[in-house]
Write a protein that binds this ligand. Sequence first.
Ligand code: CA
Length: 368
Amino acid sequence: MIFRIWVVIFWVGLLMGCSEPTKNESAGKMVQPEKVYRWRLVTAWPKNFPGMGMAPEHIADAVREMSNGRLDIKVYGAGEIVPALEVFEAVSQGTVQMGHSSAYYWRGSVPAAQFFTAVPFGLTAQEMNGWLLHGGGLALWEELYARYDLLPIPGGNTGVQMAGWFNKEINSLADLKGIKMRIPGLGGEVFEAAGGTAVTIPGGEIFTSLQTGVIDAAEWVGPYNDLSIGFHQVAKYYYYPGWQEPGPNLELIINKQAWESLPADLQAILRTASLAVNNDVLAQYTARNNKALKELVEQHGVEVRRLPDDVLAQLKLISDERVAELVGEDELSKRIYQSYETFRKEMTAYNEYSERAFMKVRAALEGY
Ligand code: CA
């Protein structure tokens, strides 16, 4: 009879997603079966979208294997539980335990979050990882998100993006006037200050918006992702460089109570898997963007254009103003800005001896 009761408790426990201690009759002592944590992760991406959309799937797979199934994370695409632009709120409120998205989507309620995605003319992917993981950035990000019961972890980086898809040529800043463009974050604020209209639309809805004329232009990511969406079917010119997002960081967010409920080893597994995937995402974009751009040009006839220098210079001036305005608001934003700016300046100076110096030499020797 006692055995039957324990069996019932065991199965009820399993069905509820965790099991209670059971008594090992033969040994005559209490044994702690391994508790299984079943979590849900919502994203701002279409389900299984290449690159960024697969990042949380890879984190979930790695965590499941490393924890021997004790932490089981199920990934949901945009709209499956909550819409793309409600990921932050859903995780903050504990509707789900985790989310994967971009911090700049939350600029309406958390303006300083934008520093943790991208700043126009700011840090590249390599520099962004340096600032976050060894330059004080992550501690500031944690301090900001603690106010919303969230723990952030870098969740991948796409590398320098493209400036976007247009159906008219951009020869001067005046050509941006009147253009309604999908361009989120600080890039969007700069675009508005330059005379355009900026809108934030989730990745899965941009193509239709451009096709139906709801918007005139759009930036999404870079060749690898843009080819998979098919923007070349609805736009003629593909502009570069991605001044608005030189090294955008993706975010993995975890509800604080959920995080604290995990034993230390599962926390370590989750953090380690996330940082491994953070690195893997950048490697994937690095390997695939080049081939995708070739395909866009050679097979789809896309016209690749460089934004004129004077347009970039003016966007930089506006960008510096807008970022300065953003940081006028509160003490923590000022500290984040100071930290980011100091790091950016130091990197720009050091690059004269490292990446930029080498890239210039290599390109010149290869005939570019
Ligand atoms: Ca983008």
